[in-house]
Ligand binder design. Structure first.
Ligand code: LLP
Length: 419
């Protein structure tokens, strides 16, 4: 089961990671602080890789979930490719030593600069999201005297049954191309001599905890690929099923990765295709914690607020998606209390958890917002002119390493052109 307690556990009343008390990490590096486990990243990658044994595959870790270059280095070292959605993510992947031939580039709004840069770096393929984008990539490729490999991201119109902000595979979403429209426009695609269609891609949403949406999308893609091949698109060699596999934040029950893999392995092998998957959260989500310090305990009416030094600018998931993430005190004490855990930001939506029963805490305590490895630091901002937090990676030997220093106030205003 993909849950945080594989790596973050109480030991003699202290919350630890690889034997290191998190309280100590907070004291040494300050708060708010993201702490990650290297072992977790390696093990989650290996778990998926092993499950897909027997079908030719490429795991393209989805950079957007956690993009620190040191994390990407670990993934590259494991042999992972990368799913990128911007020129910036390509830059990060290359800085981490990822082989460009393992980079797939998605996103609905690629700019000419990004397209041109990706062609020059000789990435594996573009995941195209519209006919208009195909025309752009075709033009830029021909101008460079080259042919670019593409996959087409289709919208399989399946409901991933997840939060509406992270559901992407339905007709009303902006992502991908409608399967029926794609079938009608075969001649258009054939006419783009700067492109070679080598794959079909989809990504139906994120934090999906049921198998049927994946199975339905797979069926639709395989049928589509069969038809396209019959229509003469004989270069199609890849099926890319995107990411979206869910993890346990609270008490979610979800399918074992092995069940998903069994389904995929057999059918993709039978079709003679090479599989690409783009997991983000499944790999990074439960490998990180956000440590914050309790500043004040404030009572208003019958509510207790635990006011911490971390806010929605550091971790926005609870505010933006009403996401539930567990909150633990780094030191286990007697008794518990029900409280709203909030930050210092001037917004009522600034909270990590509401009406949570947690160990009775004292000002100065360090709290851990669990399962923050995915879409935590990656979505952090400087709202309210707060400095971006620092990040620490705990190695397999239990030693902590600072992988992003806390910003200084000088960093914060460095790009503003003060006369
Ligand atoms: N591939 C594509 C094309 C994607 O758009 C995404 C995520 C992934 C792969 C990776 O999905 P994952 O395996 O991590 O579910 N910020 C939201 C999640 C947004 C996901 C966006 N796309 C959250 O915090 O829940």
């Amino acid at each position: 089961m993909n849950s945080y307690d594989a790596y973050f556990r109480y030991n003699d009343g202290e919350l630890t990671c690889e034997g290191l008390p998190l309280r100590e990490a907070a004291e040494r590096f300050g708060t708010p602080l993201y702490v990650y486990t290297e072992r977790g990243f390696r093990e989650r990658y290996m778990e998926i890789d092993r499950a897909l044994d027997g079908v030719p595959h490429l795991i393209c870790y989805s950079i957007k979930s956690n993009s620190n270059v040191n994390i990407l280095r670990i993934m590259a070292d494991m042999g992972s490719g990368m799913d990128v959605v911007s020129g910036g993510e390509i830059r990060r992947a290359l800085a981490a030593g990822v082989d460009p031939r393992k980079i797939v580039f998605a996103g609905v709004g690629k700019t000419d600069e990004e397209i041109s840069g990706a062609i020059d770096e000789k990435i594996l393929m573009f995941n195209c999201e519209s006919f208009e984008e195909m025309e752009r990539i075709d033009e830029i490729s021909r101008a460079k005297g080259t042919v670019s490999d593409i996959s087409i991201r289709v919208n399989p119109d399946v409901d991933a049954n997840t939060h509406h902000y992270i559901r992407t595979g339905r007709k009303e979403n902006k992502f991908g191309i409608d399967i029926d429209r794609l079938k009608e426009r075969g001649d258009f695609i054939r006419g783009l001599s700067g492109l070679r269609l080598i794959g079909i891609h989809c990504h139906i949403g994120s934090q999906i905890v049921e198998l049927p949406p994946f199975t339905a999308a797979l069926t639709r893609l395989l049928t589509l690929i069969g038809g396209l091949k019959r229509d003469g698109f004989s270069d199609i060699a890849y099926i890319n099923l995107g990411g979206g596999m869910g993890i346990r934040y609270r008490d979610e029950e979800f399918f074992p990765i092995e069940d998903w893999a069994r389904e995929v392995r057999g059918r993709v092998s039978a079709a003679g295709l090479k599989l690409i998957v783009e997991p983000g959260r499944y790999i990074s989500g439960n490998n990180g914690v956000l440590l914050v310090r309790l500043l004040y305990k404030k009572r208003t009416g019958d509510r207790l607020f635990l006011i911490t030094d971390g806010g929605m600018n550091d971790l926005i998931r609870p505010s933006l998606y009403s996401a539930y993430q567990n909150i633990l005190n780094c030191v286990r004490r007697e008794g518990s209390e029900v409280a709203d855990v909030v930050g210092p930001i001037c917004e009522s939506g600034d909270f990590f958890g509401k009406e949570r029963e947690i160990t009775t805490s004292l000002p100065g305590d360090c709290l851990g917002v669990m399962s923050s490895g995915a879409y935590g630091m990656a979505m952090a901002s400087r709202y309210n002119s707060r400095r971006l937090p620092a990040e620490v990676l705990i190695g397999v030997d239990g030693s902590p390493r600072l992988i992003r220093r806390r910003e200084t106030y000088e960093d914060m205003i460095a790009h503003e052109l003060v006369p």
